[in-house]
Design a protein around this ligand. Structure first.
Ligand code: GLA
Length: 382
């Protein structure tokens, strides 16, 4: 967590409101493997990171509330009983959505002011949105003694995303951001919403992210389309979610679905198995197997689930030709954002530099390399 970030929101809050705020840090996340499995009730393997959103928040005795997005230098004033989603893409929707979902649970909050700032670029696939939602619900829960559990808070954050942002996301991002544990990744069962922590120490290897710095449009509608395709196949199979299907179950209904949707469902079933296999590989310190599973995951996301893009595929191809990289894949919803790479520690920097040069030559665009630390979930900063 960056101390400058905390300081920035604190200073801006005091300058604007002349009050000591409550300070909250809410992290973004990585995901080792298990992509697009969460809304299929499957397994995912995320971890909170040391980048995220810092928020300064305090009650107000005014008859309006305010939110101030410091990075964008954008402020909004609003009345708590008159909230409506704004145009698609408005940052306000994350804040309004959380408030509305708190109110839907008959919890009463009073007016407040919030100032926030982050160090995850939007569109990086590192869940800056879940981090923001969690910071708002966590701060309000504390300020107004709402008595919400962490599980209730992440459901509020998720519903905000569904109803105000318009993305029918699963629970992975909000969970990882809220429940993260330092130096651990969490094997999360998205049906029970319970996780098992795995201490991550890859010895002479490490995880490294490369951000394509692109986010292709239509990604939200493509996401929602895939979710509904998965749900309709689960319905055909007469099961609650694809998590309950095997490859042979799917083969039995093959003629009833389009070849495209067959591949998508097959991907989900296979990816869910890969997430479980990856947890075994980590237990056994078998990084070769883990890396191979990560490459297979990308292959499925690219060719079967079709949520990748040229920039992501290019960076994964760079990784494939470098024998110091054991595995690489796109991370998060797709259509841009980061690749996650399992790379030998002493070659990570060199690989990042070589990939950046190649990326620049290919696309005439710059990518960014991030070294991350696995960190604690949403918390108050004293
Ligand atoms: C986005 C969503 C998550 C998850 C991933 C894909 O990050 O918010 O719920 O579905 O995409 O794994």
């Amino acid at each position: 967590m960056s101390a400058t970030l905390i300081n920035d929101v604190k200073t801006a809050f005091i300058n604007t409101h002349q009050l000591e705020p409550l300070l909250v840090f809410s992290p973004g996340r990585i995901n080792i493997i298990g992509e697009h499995t969460d809304y299929n009730d499957g397994f995912v393997f995320p971890a909170a990171v040391d980048k995220g959103i810092a928020a300064a928040i305090q009650k107000s005795d005014s008859n309006v509330s305010t939110a101030y997005a410091l990075d964008k230098d954008s402020k909004v004033e609003f009345e708590l009983d008159k909230l409506k989603p704004l145009a698609e893409g408005s940052w306000e929707n994350y804040v309004f959505g959380v408030i509305a979902e708190i109110q839907n649970r008959n919890k009463i909050i009073g007016n407040f002011n919030i100032v926030f700032k982050g160090d995850i670029p939007g569109g990086a696939g590192m869940s800056s949105s879940a981090a923001l939602e969690n910071s708002v619900v966590f701060g309000l829960n504390e300020l107004f003694n709402l008595g919400l559990t962490k599980h209730e808070m992440i459901l509020i954050s998720q519903k905000a995303e569904h109803n105000y942002v318009g993305v029918k996301c699963g629970i992975m991002d909000q969970y990882a951001s809220m429940f993260g544990i330092e130096n651990n990744a969490l094997l999360l069962d998205c049906r029970t919403v319970e996780s098992k922590p795995y201490e991550i120490d890859f010895k002479d290897h490490q995880l490294m992210l490369i951000n394509t710095n692109v986010k292709h449009s239509l990604s939200d509608s493509a996401y929602n389309d895939r979710r509904s395709a998965c749900e309709s196949i689960a319905e055909l199979l007469n099961i609650k979610a694809l998590r309950d299907a095997t490859e042979s179950d799917l083969d039995a209904i093959k003629e009833k679905v389009t070849p495209e949707n067959y591949q998508k469902a097959l991907y989900v079933i296979q990816e869910n198995n890969r997430a479980i296999k990856a947890s075994k590989a980590i237990e056994e310190n078998d990084l070769e197997t883990l890396g191979a599973l990560i490459f297979q995951s990308h292959n499925g996301l690219q060719h079967q689930y079709k949520v990748s893009c040229d920039e992501l595929d290019f960076l994964v191809d760079q990784a494939k030709t470098n024998h110091h990289v054991l595995g690489a894949r796109m991370m998060g919803g797709g259509f841009g954002g980061c690749t996650i790479n399992l790379v030998s520690k002493d070659q990570a920097k060199a690989f990042g530099e070589a990939a950046s040069i190649a990326y620049k030559n290919e696309f005439d665009k710059t990518c960014s390399v991030y070294f991350i630390a696995l960190s604690e979930g949403t918390h108050i900063v004293k």
